[in-house]
Ligand binder design. Structure first.
Ligand code: GLC
Length: 601
């Protein structure tokens, strides 16, 4: 007789659990394999962040109605900076006039909340005031705001905060506390006030910043977090006062990692950065559904559902939270492609909530060539984006014996066979993946699973090993950040500064090296490629320590590009050190980003 268990949820919704299957009246999500439906209001401090793992960022303001076009000229880059001299350089008084035309008649708070819920996101953080100084809420502290300065004359944050509460989502604000380009004394703003008197940062802080943070933390109900941004050189005393206001008015709210002076509650990574290696502590990655935070008319480089899930599962697998941005248009509508991608990814999450919610990091400190791994107590969830055609999925370095393995198909599951070979774990899979985007395998263990994070060279999928995982000799390894378009940030760890000690009568020439420790399950030939940037033709050598060494000359490019080097043989299964060195070419400009291995046939 199946055990019938009646579980009452926080919201008093009736949920029936019968023999492990779950039926529920109107229960729209599982947070993990236990049935927990949590309303934001009931969440403990930081619970939505730390367990929800997935949130919506919204950049919406006057800049959205320009959509990166001013006087028929398009400015490429992040749209919320359109006023700034590094974009269109719009004078303050001219920019402020935009408010009279701001009429977002298509803004629909409930529709936006539905987008977030359908996406599987647990809270929404929206721009209350961005660097341009325009408040998207009714501010009594300053009349350059969406109610007092526009014909529309409505407070969208009242509607949005209420719609979030009704839907059980968390709600919070982005607030640019240091930069204010339209208020005298704000960082980047006018240096004199309307009367021509010199304006100090203190004037801005006392007259606008502090009272507005007081307003947004006291007039919109429970706040999940306040996302301060670009603290620059803002003196600590000011940041501390703002944090104190948040603590006073919203004791359960988090303060973002960009408050300044390490006064935030967690770490916020660089823009659009999804880490390749585990990050300890509480942290978030902030990303956007295309390339601009605010709406930009030309920006149609949307992330697909697969790309969204890849980056979301990577953040959870590295131990963090993923906050993904949408940029509504000036009329308040949301680009349909963003909605569709988020919804499709959200439908997948609804089938596999245990992969994302209340889930912890992978026991490996990096991703796998075929996908990624998240964990919960004695379970691992393998999210497989690239399904093996060989019928075998290989897992290197698992040090804990697998008790059972299930291939999931929504709420259904099928046991799969597990074998081990040369220290690897092999999962026998059907040729057809159950899912189109990503399929999930659940591994159960008697204890919390442990793993050795040495990179395994997959016998089927291309294995890309970033420079982040290399050690170096007579070369440098460091992080490099750059902007593709203005504000569109990229970063990589790279090996550069290659040194050479020329040979003499007793010693051969020694070149600088990048060295990767790898493990091989299937011996044989592997095709080696290198991703690098540089100038002119370069001669690279790839050598297996005490093994084969190959060398080739290839061209280079100022942008990172993958070039073939050739086949190299791993004669036996086991562990190897692979060394890459620059034999000839411009050692100053040669920047190595990654090495790639693919089975040669
Ligand atoms: C940067 C940009 C800002 C954007 C933020 C999003 O700080 O200056 O415009 O809101 O990144 O993370």
């Amino acid at each position: 007789m199946r055990q019938l268990v009646i579980g009452f949820l926080f919201t008093g919704l009736l949920c029936v659990i019968c023999g492990g299957q779950v039926w529920a009246q109107d229960m729209d999500e599982l947070w993990s394999n236990s049935v927990v439906k949590l309303r934001a209001q009931d969440a403990k401090r930081g619970q939505l962040f730390d367990q929800g793992n997935y949130a919506m960022f919204i950049h919406w303001g006057l800049y959205a109605q320009l959509a990166n076009k001013v006087d028929d000229k398009t400015y490429y880059g992040i749209g919320e900076w359109i006023m700034n001299p590094r974009m269109a350089g719009i004078p303050v008084e001219e920019y402020k006039k935009l408010a009279k035309d701001f009429n977002p008649e298509k803004f629909d708070a409930k529709a936006i909340v539905k987008i977030a819920k359908d996406a599987g996101m647990k809270y929404i953080i929206i721009t209350a005031k961005h660097h341009d100084g325009f408040a998207m809420y009714h501010s009594k502290a300053n009349d350059f705001n969406v109610v007092d300065a526009t014909e529309w004359n409505k407070d969208p944050m009242k509607d949005l905060s209420l719609a979030c509460r009704e839907a059980g989502l968390g709600f919070g604000f982005y607030y640019s506390h240091n930069q204010d380009w339209t208020f005298p004394g704000g960082n980047g703003g006018p240096k004199v006030d309307a009367e021509g008197n010199e304006a100090t940062f203190d004037d801005y802080f006392v007259k606008k910043c502090l009272p507005q943070v007081e307003e947004i933390t006291s007039q919109y109900g429970k706040i999940e977090l306040v996302w301060f941004d670009t603290p620059g050189k803002m003196p600590k005393k000011y940041v501390q006062q703002l944090v104190d206001v948040v603590r006073k008015n919203q004791p359960d709210a988090l303060v973002s990692g960009r408050a300044g002076h390490n006064l935030g509650d967690y770490q916020t990574l660089g823009d659009m950065e999804v880490p390749l290696r585990r990050v300890e502590g509480m942290w978030e990655s902030v990303d956007t559904t295309n390339d601009s935070w605010a709406y930009a008319w030309y920006d149609n480089f949307w992330k697909s559902p697969k790309e969204i899930l890849h980056r979301l599962t990577a953040c959870v697998a590295r131990g963090g939270t993923y906050m993904l941005n949408i940029g509504p248009r000036g009329d308040g509508s949301v680009p349909q492609r963003a909605i569709d991608s988020l919804k499709t990814a959200g439908d997948w999450i609804k089938r596999y909530p245990q992969v994302v919610y209340a889930t912890g990091p992978s026991p490996w400190d990096h991703a796998m060539p075929w996908g990624d791994v998240t964990s919960k107590e004695n379970e691992l969830f393998l999210t497989v984006f690239d399904w093996p055609t060989s019928g075998e999925l290989c897992l290197p370095g698992l040090k804990t014996q697998v008790k059972s393995a299930q291939l999931l198909n929504g709420n259904e599951s099928t046991s799969i066979d597990v074998t081990t070979k040369n220290g690897w774990t092999k999962l026998m899979l059907p040729i057809q993946a159950p899912e189109k985007i990503a399929s999930v395998i659940q591994l159960s263990f008697a204890t919390k699973p442990q793993a050795d994070s040495t990179w395994g060279i997959d016998p089927e999928h291309e294995t890309e090993i970033a420079a982040e995982f290399a050690s170096v000799e007579m070369a440098q390894k460091s992080e490099k950040r750059w902007m593709e378009k203005f504000g569109e940030w990229k970063r990589t760890t790279h090996v550069h500064g290659w040194k050479t000690v020329e040979s003499d009568s007793e010693t051969p020439t020694v070149e600088g090296k990048a060295i990767w420790e790898v493990d091989v399950i299937e011996p044989g030939d592997y095709n080696v490629e290198l991703t690098y940037a540089g100038e002119g033709r370069l001669v690279w050598a790839v050598a297996i320590e005490n093994g084969e060494s190959i060398q080739n000359q290839q061209n280079s490019s100022p942008n990172y590009q993958k070039f073939p080097i050739g086949w190299i043989k791993f004669p036996q299964p086991g562990r190897y050190r692979v060394c890459v060195s620059l034999k000839e070419g411009d050692t100053e400009k040669a920047s190595l980003k990654a090495i790639h291995f693919r089975p040669a046939y």
